[in-house]
Ligand binder design. Structure first.
Ligand SMILES: [Zn+2]
Length: 600
């Protein structure tokens, strides 16, 4: 655990605007900074950063939090990891973590085992990397040079080379007290059949480490050297506890900043394409790893971009793969484009033969991916009624994936035009049944609780000097909305560490209506001085007291009725007296209120 004072120190020193602007381009808007949201498919800038109170809030998807939770969310880190990263950056020393054996919980053990596996994967990455740059790694470096991949890009992707030997990695790891069993567990070694011992999984191959979006290696993809046909072209790590192939995009870690900044990404088919593109200056490029593009992949991208350009081989297989990815991209709300390559080419080969300009030219004029799917289906048709009907029917799935009825209708027209059909025919027969997916509505925070509760919280935010008064008059007893009472309570006890506490509160119960309202209120300062604040506090307090008394009077009336039914005159009398006292008190409050308001 990191002590609270260290967390507070980090929060004081880390500038949220500085950190966030590394991922998105912020522009100033009054007291806040704005940008499109890196956490949902956003087209208007609904993401706000408040430097005074050191928090962020998105009106679109409702997320809010401080600098820690921003890093956690965008980099996929645990809290402690985010804190350590910030501490490093701002040179804040953290105490070394120590636990007694007895105090260890199963969860801590689990964390340690995971840390051990990640350590092994990191060591292996370094081993392959060192070998690539050592004298014996010359074949690997030659291979990269032939493919026009700069050493700079090789370092950025931490490319490595696996020696042409059976046990080099196993022996190297043994020196670091890493066992064969541990290597087998993380997919780096295989047990021998019919014998004891084991052997390295990757031999005489160019090694591409697969990094989690936070940047640590979790698996490997290894390519055979040119001319070596003894095995598959690519060998990948098996799925392990750290690595699920449908959930990781190759290159995402290196591309993450470019993706968030440009709000656009390029999807290619292979690892080599990603590295070659990056080496040529295209930084926002990712590839699925040995699988079709999945909904999990789309979710990883949706947080960062609105638009994806698919750059697959222009042959049939490439187009089929691109068409399949369209369904996933469209369902995730991402706009899908294609910059088809000449048949038989991939980005890597095109870069080698024609250079970056040729790729840039393709990317300059992307076409709608669905337009391209329709066009090529029409182009491939033999024109017979049966073939046309079959092809048009098959396009229904693509229309289904579109987010709005308008887009579906526009594409019905395009289908009619491409197949040279009467549009009414397409509109009549190409019906989709799924109801339109409601667009991610910018849910405006409905106002939770009562006006008075919200006013009190707003006052504590804007005029922290009032907090002692608020505590003294005990205004919290008038709160009925529990989540708002919690927020007010938190602010009350945080009176001395104002700005960072506001950000701290946002980290809790993120996304609830109360928290959304709180974040949106905190973006503004409505009361700008203590006097107007004091006046407002008196008013709200008076209203709250009045409401409470009105409730008491109503309750007494109920009791009076009951006492009357029971003919308990004494009780009726004493209740009426009590009622009169409360009403007198109410009148006094009302008078005092009027006096402050109508002085003249
Ligand atoms: Zn958002």
């Amino acid at each position: 655990m990191i002590p609270n004072d260290k967390i507070a120190e980090i929060r004081e020193r880390a500038d949220i605007v500085e950190i966030i602007s590394e991922y998105v381009s912020l522009t100033r808007a009054g007291a806040n900074f704005k940008s499109v949201c890196p956490f949902h498919a956003d087209s208007d800038p609904s993401f706000n950063v408040n430097p005074a109170r050191q928090f962020f809030h998105c009106f679109g998807c409702g997320v809010s939090g401080d600098v820690f939770s921003f890093l956690q969310r965008i980099e996929g880190l645990q809290f402690v990891e985010a804190a350590r990263r910030l501490a490093d950056r701002y040179s804040i020393e953290l105490p070394v973590h120590q636990v007694s054996n007895a105090a260890r919980t199963a969860r801590e053990r689990e964390n340690e085992e995971r840390a051990r596996r990640l350590h092994i994967l990191e060591s292996a990455t370094q081993f392959f990397e060192d070998f690539l740059h050592a004298p014996n790694g010359a074949p690997g470096r030659d291979f990269l040079e032939k493919r026009h991949i700069s050493m700079d890009a090789a370092r950025r992707f931490r490319l490595g080379f696996a020696p042409d030997a059976w046990q080099d990695l196993i022996e190297h790891m043994a020196k670091q007290r890493i066992s064969l069993k541990e290597l087998i567990d993380v997919g780096l070694a295989l047990p021998r059949k019919n014998a004891s011992g084991g052997y390295d999984r990757f031999r005489n191959r160019l090694v591409f480490p697969i990094l989690a979006s936070a940047g640590h290696p979790i698996a490997f993809s290894a390519r055979a050297m040119p001319g070596d046909d003894s095995g598959a072209k690519y060998i990948n790590s098996p799925e392990t506890r750290e690595y699920t192939k449908g959930k990781v995009l190759f290159g995402l870690h290196q591309a993450r900043v470019a993706l968030s900044k440009h709000r656009e990404g390029i999807l290619v088919e292979g690892n080599f394409d990603v590295v070659a593109m990056s080496s040529a200056g295209f930084e926002n490029v990712v590839a699925p790893l040995g699988t079709a593009f999945t909904a999990d992949h789309a979710a990883l991208l949706r947080r960062r971009v609105e638009k994806i350009t698919v750059m697959f081989d222009g042959d049939r297989a490439g187009l089929t793969a691109a068409a399949r990815s369209f369904l996933v991209l469209a369902k995730a709300g991402l706009a899908a484009y294609t910059a088809p390559l000449p048949p038989g080419e991939d980005p890597d080969s095109l870069l080698q033969t024609q250079g970056p300009e040729a790729v840039a030219a393709l990317l300059k004029n992307p076409r709608g991916l669905l337009d391209e799917i329709i066009r090529s289906s029409a182009h491939a048709s033999d024109g017979s009624a049966q073939d046309v009907a079959r092809r048009v029917a098959r396009l229904a799935a693509y229309l289904d994936a579109l987010p709005t009825p308008m887009e579906r209708d526009i594409y019905r027209q395009k289908i009619a035009a491409s197949f040279q059909l009467d549009p009414s025919l397409v509109f009549r027969y190409l019906r989709t049944d799924t109801p339109p997916v409601p667009a991610a509505s910018a849910a405006k925070a409905s106002e939770p609780g009562t006006l008075e509760e919200r006013e009190i919280i707003g006052l504590m935010l804007d005029v922290p000097e009032l907090t002692p008064t608020i505590e003294e008059i005990g205004v919290l007893v008038y709160f009925h909305t529990e989540p708002l009472r919690k927020i007010a309570n938190h602010l009350l006890y945080a009176k001395h560490s104002t700005s960072s506490e506001v950000a701290n509160i946002m980290n809790q119960d993120d996304g609830t209506p109360e928290m959304r309202w709180f974040a949106q209120r905190a973006l503004h300062r409505i009361y700008t001085n203590e006097d107007t604040g004091q006046q407002a506090l008196r008013d709200v307090h008076a209203r709250m007291q009045e409401q409470r008394m009105a409730q008491q009077v109503a309750e007494i009336d109920r009791q009076i009725n009951r006492a009357k039914q029971q003919r308990d005159d004494m009780m009726v009398f004493s209740l009426l007296k009590k009622r009169a006292e409360i009403q007198k008190e109410m009148q006094e409050i009302r008078l005092a209120f009027d006096k402050t308001h109508f002085k003249h």
